[in-house]
Design a binder for this molecule. Sequence first.
Ligand code: PEP
Ligand code: MG
Length: 886
Amino acid sequence: MSEQYVYYFGTDKAEGRAEMKELLGGKGANLAEMTNLGIPVPPGFTISTGVCSLYYRSDRTYPDEVRKQVAENLDRLEKEMGKKLGNREDPLLVSVRSGAAISMPGMMDTVLNLGLNSSAVEGIAKNTGNTRFAWDAYRRFIQMYGDVVMGVPHEAFENALNAIKREKGVGADTELNADDLKKVVDSYMSVYERTVDKEFPQDPIEQLWGAIDAVFGSWNNDRALKYRSINKIGDLLGTAVNVQSMVYGNWSDTSGTGVCFSRDPSTGENYFYGEYLMNAQGEDVVAGIRTPEPLSSLESANPEVYKQLVDIKERLEGHYRDMQDMEFTIQEGRLFLLQTRNGKRTGRAAVKVAVDLVNEGMIGRNDAISRITAEQLDQLLHPMISPKAKKNLEPIARGLEASPGAAVGKVVFNAEEAELWASRGEKVVLVRRETSPEDIGGMNVAEGILTSTGGMTSHAAVVARGMGKPCVAGCKDVVIDESTKTFSIGGKIYREGDFITLDGSDGEVYAGTIELEKPSLSGELNELLSWADEIRHKAKRVGIEDGFMVRTNADLPQDARLAVDFGAEGIGLTRTEHMFFEEAKLTSFRSMIIADSLQERVDALKPILKLQIEDFRGIFRVMDGKPVTIRLLDPPLHEFVPHSETEVRELAKELGANVEKLLKRVMELKELNPMLGHRGCRLGITYPEIYDMQVEAIMTAAVAEARMGIDVRPEIMIPLIGSTAELEVLRTNAQKVINRVMDGVDVGIDYLIGTMIEIPRAALTADLIAPHADFYSFGTNDLTQMTFGFSRDDVGTFVPEYIEKKILKFDPFQTLDASGVGQLVEMGVRKGRNVKPTLKAGICGEHGGDPSSIAFCYKAGLNYVSCSPYRVPIARLAAAQAVLNR
Ligand code: PEP
Ligand code: MG
């Protein structure tokens, strides 16, 4: 038997099913399913997505078998309907629509009223008793066919129509009568002939194949290609084509058309939501020519149809066990369903609907968890621009969606101005080429951050995410001129003080102010996340306690507090350097950097010790009973000193230091590749007094808090280890300090000393390092940088183009590169646990908050992921999804 290319759906029986979306597209599969459920659907047939792919493979032609099956199914349809395409007495009219496995709203083509020709139009006029209706349908068909199938410009038809309206002296189409519309048809025919150089096809079979070609052809139009690329839709066979008998909402006053949702798609409330118009076609509703009525008024206008619709809605929702988005048409009091699909919804609605469906006994908790996406949760955690407002807005530039949420504020170009303006009560957006640790203060007071270079793990992006601040990074079109305090985009100038709005969720930048919607954390969200926690807490881990945990990256007590409120179960990374940028510590630290002797350095560190003890105490208190990983100093020292000569001179004055000496020291600290230079444990080896001071601060703080009854669990983490000897030396040093602090102390502290695995060599030699480490934390930011050989700070200059040209499928600083960098993670865990089976392992790179990377981490056997506070709820959900999908 030959392969089946075409699937029929009749009055009560269909050859397809809902599960056949890949082959029949979403629309075709659901039309078949509704038919089998006995829901009134106008009969028709679906040409499979496989034919679309055959069509492209065979140079836009079809195998004979496809033509044969289409002819057979058309014959079956004509018999069932008792009508024939193009017939003068009782013509059949059909619609020809696209429908891929994943819905791509409005991206592909549709042809309605197909089968009309100069004979059929008479038949329609006779059967409806409405000549105007018949000629209106005919002129609409010529226009649609001309436009969609033959590429006749839309305006050519519009001009012809307008000429006739002018002649008649009327403004609206509805004021044209049947005779006028006949003239319109004649005029459209000439437009068609002139442009196409052929007569308008009168043969309905020729029309049908023209429309089928056009729909398959629209699979690869620019709009559809772009939609698939933006939404990362790949690996589909193509679109299906649905040929379906027409029903008319504009047949009479007892006809109508509408769209409805089984629940409110924006709030998720269980309330039958929708709109309809009597005596109208679907396109009238979409085009906004007339204002539709709320569905509730159908109840009084036509209680019978309304009741039937409610009944169908309940059956469909119960059947699909999800909120449905349906299209219906009423023809002369008879209801037909033209489409049903799982409705698109906001994040808020997604969570509410999922939790409600569980509580109503329709789905299980696991289903609810699997249905929510990270993007939907993210919407609930940040202020945003309402999708409605977005429809009417044009962005002035587009960069990377570095940290979600929207921000409105006045443009400022440096951190000091940001702080100054903010202290006056102004809302600001900090616009910089890239930020550095010195900008922290300004970033902290800004509503959002816009940078013109840098990638997803650039300083601006990482810090903004940590702060939960919206950030658009690497916005290449923004050209900053700090000297004039302006930036330009394509020649247009924006000045300091001008308002702009950022959308960090999609990387768009807008001129002026846009009103934002506040985030809302609902009871349903907590309920859903508590189900997720139960699932991941039970997840089996090899040789160690069970549970796939979620920690946070937090540097300050208030960040830790926020993260705990969001459900963090520990701190996976405290970057201590951020504490050094506070004014009081910075001065002492700078004195330490320029000191000549060890003693001078030790003295300069003393005031910092005291302050660091306070920092750590604050964090331990918030994290009572939870592990806290504190990383010893990591960035190169030059990040702590100013760079311009004027600034250095000012600093010399402030420190009472010799200017020449300070300038010389600043020069010495300069490195060509600081990210691969004198940083991390290398500083600990060359300036042991810095790490000693930090270890002393951690343990002293721990003891002080333990004495207050706090359950303290410090985990001291040494960064950037590349060889066993580095860790051996630094662990011994740390141990000495710990022994000193703990000597004679009456409380015991359960502490760990571990390391980051962020240099490929550390992963390769993880079995040699393990004896010296109590835990491993994968620093996948640096590990990605060094495995790819891509500088974290410069990826903004080429990675977007790499992605555009498909050299990279995604940004590896955002989503862990499982096949490359991932091997090092797996190897690190495996080799480490070969030597030490209970070795605790986690991840603290930015990937710890990315759902697909979290799934990878689960498979690699990690005990926890750690991410910025605002990602914690997403990580809780994604971790549970990873466990469910194992
Ligand atoms: C990392 O490298 O992944 C990491 C967490 O450290 P940082 O980003 O501070 O270098
Ligand atoms: Mg690192």
